[in-house]
Design a protein around this ligand. Structure first.
Ligand SMILES: *Cc1c(COP(=O)(O)O)cnc(C)c1O
Length: 420
């Protein structure tokens, strides 16, 4: 469910016509619905209200500090994967004791910053990383909360680039060998071993892989209890999918019921790290048609948003629904929607039946709230898009459009190549 809908011919977000915002802000433009964001968070979080739990929003899916603040106000925490994301979470007002730090390549400086901020725990991906965190904590005369990220070797049945819980992936510690790693970790005096974590992939459309992973974590939990470790947190990661096209992912309540049913014998606080399921359908990318043309037997619609604004189609061949911002009665054609970037992989839709868009028409690229702006780049020296948050009949700029000056910020021409 989301709050983008037609009123007459015009696409609205909540109580504001998209056209009005685009006229004032220009394009390309990200627009998010506050109501959708808040509702999605509540639906997810409430689904687990029967068990002790923490919903740590995955900052990498959408890291705008205004959006993070919405979830923090709802009692949410943050799942971070870098020092930059820690900075964002803290700027947004996150409680450090609700911050978990995931990721396979944490640098010493990033670990130190996280320790200084007193985060809840690190989800650690190797024994070497445990040793590094232990050494940082020792220098800082404190204890570091940790969970081992285990790799349960289950197939999430999603795109290979977003599968993370298969044994051939770079993530985590093999679940079979993890007991040994935990036991070695007990010798590291500056670690507080708090939990077990896993994250098996993204855009999952079934509950069974989550339950298979949980079953393997439960076995490990039992063994760790037997070994006398005090495991207080079970972090099941994120990954619940959404409908982009015709997928039928489980509703968060179905996902929650399955997890709650499968975890009766466990007395821990559960941590969830949802990203896409909260923000994916809560945002759109608005683009303007620059040109239309036909080459050979293909119709091209060239728009002012490209792979630098929304990388997912180019990176994962992913589908985003495309709608008119003002509905027309025009006949449908099969078209390619492409951006201005100098790459053949720069496209938003391929072989899609679409109304015959014309120059200057506005186009809405739906379900762009997750891994949209956060993956945006300045490739082709394109300033990054503006972001707007709609709430009821009001809208707010939550990130202004970049200017040319932003493109060269930090760059410097050394004296040796001074202008002649
Ligand atoms: C990306 C990621 C998430 C969020 O995944 P979604 O599919 O967006 O829910 C959660 N945890 C970790 C460790 C991740 O890398």
């Amino acid at each position: 469910m989301h709050d983008f809908h037609y009123e007459g011919r015009d696409l609205w977000c909540e109580e504001v016509p998209i056209r009005d915002i685009a006229d004032q802000m220009g394009t390309p433009l990200y627009i998010y619905s506050h109501r959708t964001l808040r509702n999605h968070f509540r639906v997810f979080d409430d689904a687990f209200s029967r068990i002790p739990h923490m919903t740590c929003f995955s900052v990498k899916s959408n890291s705008n500090i205004a959006i993070l603040r919405i979830f923090i106000r709802e009692g949410g925490g943050a799942d971070i994967v870098s020092g930059g994301e820690l900075y964002r979470a803290l700027q947004a007002g996150a409680d450090p004791q609700k911050v978990v730090y995931s990721g396979v390549g944490k640098k010493v400086e990033e670990i130190e910053d996280a320790l200084a901020s007193n985060i809840l725990m690190f989800n650690v991906e190797s024994f070497q990383e445990l040793e590094v965190i232990n050494a940082c904590a020792a220098r800082m005369k404190q204890k570091a909360g940790i969970a081992l990220r285990v790799n349960p070797d289950v197939d999430p049945e999603t795109h290979p680039y977003i599968s993370t819980g298969l044994k051939e992936n770079k993530f985590g510690v093999n679940v079979e060998k993890s007991l040994e790693t935990y036991l070695k970790a007990t010798k590291l005096k500056f670690l507080d071993i708090k939990g077990i974590s896993c994250h098996i992939g993204s855009q999952l459309t079934k509950t069974s892989p989550f339950i298979d992973a949980l079953d393997r974590l439960k076995k490990l939990y039992g063994r760790l209890q037997d070994a006398g470790l005090n495991i207080r947190y079970l972090d099941l990661g994120g990954g619940l999918g959404i409908t982009y096209n015709d997928e039928t992912p489980p509703h968060p309540s179905e996902y929650a019921d399955a997890i709650i049913r499968a975890s009766r014998e466990i007395s821990c606080t559960f941590i969830f790290e949802p990203g896409r399921v909260i923000v994916g359908n809560a945002g759109i990318l608005v683009a303007k048609v620059l040109y239309t043309k036909a080459n050979e037997d293909k119709n091209f619609i060239i728009v002012d948003a490209g792979m630098n604004d929304l990388l997912r189609p180019s990176l994962y061949k992913s589908y985003h629904h495309i709608q008119e911002v003002r509905k027309t009665q025009r006949k449908e054609i099969v078209a390619y929607v492409v951006g201005p970037i100098c790459e053949s992989g720069d496209y938003l839709a391929k072989e899609r039946s679409l109304p015959r868009f014309e120059r200057d028409d506005l186009m809405a690229v739906m379900s762009a709230g997750a891994y949209g702006f956060t993956m945006a780049s300045n490739y082709n020296s394109r300033p990054r898009a503006a972001e707007v948050l709609v709430a009821g009949d009001k809208w707010h700029i939550i990130r202004k459009r970049e200017e040319y000056g932003d493109l060269i910020r930090g760059e410097k021409i050394p004296n040796m190549i001074e202008r002649k």
